[in-house]
Design a protein around this ligand. Sequence first.
Ligand code: ASP
Ligand code: MG
Length: 449
Amino acid sequence: MKFGGTSVADPDAIGRLVDIVRTQQAKAAGGAAPVVVVSALAGVTDALVTVAQLAEDGESDRAAAALQALEERDLAVAAAVTSESRTRVLAEVRREFQELIGLVHALAVLREVSPRSRDAVHAVGELVSSRMVAAAFADAGLSSAWIDARTVLITDDEHNAAAPDMAETCARARARIAPEIAAGTIVVLGGFIGATANGVTSTLGRGGSDYSAAIFGACLGMDEIQIWTDVDGMVTADPRIVPRPRVVPQLSFAEASELAYFGAKVLHPSTILPAVSKNIPVRILNSRRPENAGTRITADAMPDAGRLTAIACKRDVTVIDITSTRMLMAHGFLRRLFEVFERFKTAVDVVTTSEVSVSVTVDDTRWLEAILDNLHNFAEAGCEREMAIICAVGENLRGDPTLFGRAVTALDRIPLRLVSQAASRRNITFVLRDSDVPHAMMRLHEAFF
Ligand code: ASP
Ligand code: MG
């Protein structure tokens, strides 16, 4: 069970967390204990990022002031969620901050923050939050144990975006965590943090707590990995465009990956890969409404017959059209064309081609003029701004040929600029005028949900 920043933001949130875990453990066969992975309190990692930046700029006093404010917040929350263990936990929080204040002062004097030092600063949020949550369980009468994630999650030394050593981490998880949970003890670990084989603190990168949860869940062969957050799950469309979208009850990992690009930001699919590769379902749940079923992500989920899974859009993209009669029957043309985008490090999203023309969409237009200039060396090229991409995702697009037609029909008289369906055939992508997006999304949503 992973609880994100908003699910540990304040004493009330931590109170809800304790209730959620208690309820689940009571329901579990034989009172089996879950493993609990927590993020830093909401906003704390952002604040620590600022502290590291201030140190790098030599702003020692401002860094110290920011740390003091953080320490006060953590102490206040820790005091509010503990009783018997309060004195011990407050001392631990103070000690953690004392070390950090010394470290940050030294960094500010040197005005140098290496990736490794940055990890030492960023890790404090989870070190502190996990200690206070473990204590909150114990004080609420639940058997719990805090384990320093740095003694279990072993990573390479790519600081700030470290990769787990799965073999070593799994061996340690089985040795340290498994016996505790078998004995009915709730193990609490900080997400996001680990250590190199030499014991140097590392982090998995921003938002890495989901990744930690998936790693521990996979190592321990859990039945399910739960990501507790502040939304009801993945939804069928962006609520800013389609009022009252539905919660997607289940989706496949591949569908989640397609949707993630379009800013369905509930989780980053690569972070749950360890779970999916072991066939462990990942469930997204709302810690304010724990009775809801949430969204379940599995390797091979299928939506109900006749349905799509979700629709998503990306607004304000630019279409570039490239036409050349030289392309007719020629080889090597696409290579030349994409080399131009490569040269300007500009990602291309949708691509459609005919025999003499290619259209692509780009999101980043910083190098647009230069790209067009370069394309003009061997083709006609023009661009159109204020366009948008709508993507309809559904595993059953593969098996049900009528869905494609229904989607196009739903869009009726809305002019479509590009239409594409890639090899995976689990999505249909439309490129259209940005101003048509609300209308188009509403029509698709009505047709399929
Ligand atoms: N606290 C870390 C962050 O904000 C990790 C996480 O919350 O997943 O990036
Ligand atoms: Mg987070």
